[in-house]
Design a protein around this ligand. Structure first.
Ligand SMILES: Nc1ncnc2c1ncn2[C@@H]1O[C@H](COP(=O)(O)OP(=O)(O)OP(=O)(O)O)[C@@H](O)[C@H]1O
Length: 251
């Protein structure tokens, strides 16, 4: 389970007026085990910055993050062990095969060879990677790179999974496969958080939705609760009302 409380992050201004950019402003939510939580918001809303604070890459200037009850500021190592992360920059090592990328991360986590092999087999099968598992990742398609990065992130069997725009740039079939995979992670009782700027994506998968605009949470709840909060019978209209723009309505 991941809890975010009153997160705030400001970046120094680089424009003429040097005005600081408030990327995330008092963001709070709870992502539960056995549920998929979606962070939905248009470009620049603050999703990536929020996720970076959750997975300890960035320190919030105020607020805190709890991963399975551990404050990440006091024990970042424990939090990282409990997290599997697909960052916005996938960064697979191109001289290595997909299998070697996964093995390398397994070794960094201190896993033995037999455990790495077992996990690699399970992840490759669940993500449908068998065809390219032993190919060097240089020249991989975006979908193949994303799958490699996800498998690598999950090699240590973490209870909590954070994915930054996992279906970005993927074709329909790959997206469908990935959705099934995320449902499988939920079925195993894991806490899954992913970000997206596409409403349909979030509506199709998420148990709970956190809507972010201009760095703030403008609404959160189930799809039904969001509809009720906005008094809109249809989810699309509810999102337009919450976000204040039609961006994100179309895949
Ligand atoms: N390192 C940085 N330095 C300065 N400004 C930043 C930095 N990172 C993010 N920002 C700014 O913070 C705001 C939020 O950015 P963020 O990347 O978190 O949004 P996002 O919701 O993930 O957007 P997208 O969907 O486009 O990826 C934006 O205005 C962005 O320009």
């Amino acid at each position: 389970m991941i809890v975010a409380e009153h997160l705030r992050k400001t970046f120094p201004g680089k424009g003429k007026d040097k005005a600081p950019v408030v990327a995330v402003d008092d963001v709070g939510f709870e992502a539960r085990d056995g549920e998929i939580t979606g962070l939905l918001g248009p470009n620049g809303a603050g999703k990536t910055t929020t996720l970076r604070m959750l997975y300890t890459l960035m320190r919030p200037e105020s607020g805190r993050v709890l991963v399975d009850g551990t404050d990440v500021a006091s024990d970042a190592e424990a939090a990282r062990r409990a997290l599997g992360v697909l960052p916005d920059a996938r960064g697979v090592y191109k001289r290595l095969t997909a299998r070697e990328n996964i093995r390398y991360f397994g070794e960094l986590h201190g896993l033995d060879a037999a455990t790495i092999d077992t996990r690699t087999r399970a992840l490759s099968s669940a993500l449908q990677m068998d065809d390219f598992l032993d190919r060097q990742t240089e020249g991989f398609s975006q979908g193949q790179r994303t799958k490699t990065a996800i498998a690598r992130a999950l090699v240590h069997d973490p209870r909590n999974v954070i994915l930054d725009e996992p279906t970005n740039g993927l074709d329909v079939m790959t997206t469908r496969g990935l959705r099934e995979f995320l449902k499988q992670l939920r079925g195993e009782g894991r806490c899954v958080i992913f970000s997206s700027h596409i409403m349909q994506e979030v509506a199709a998968l998420c148990d709970r939705i956190v809507v972010i605009a201009h760095g703030r949470v403008v609404a959160q709840g189930t799809a039904d609760e969001l509809r009720a909060q906005t008094n809109e019978p249809n989810l699309e209209d509810a999102f337009v009302r919450l976000i204040g723009t039609e961006e994100g309505l179309h895949a």
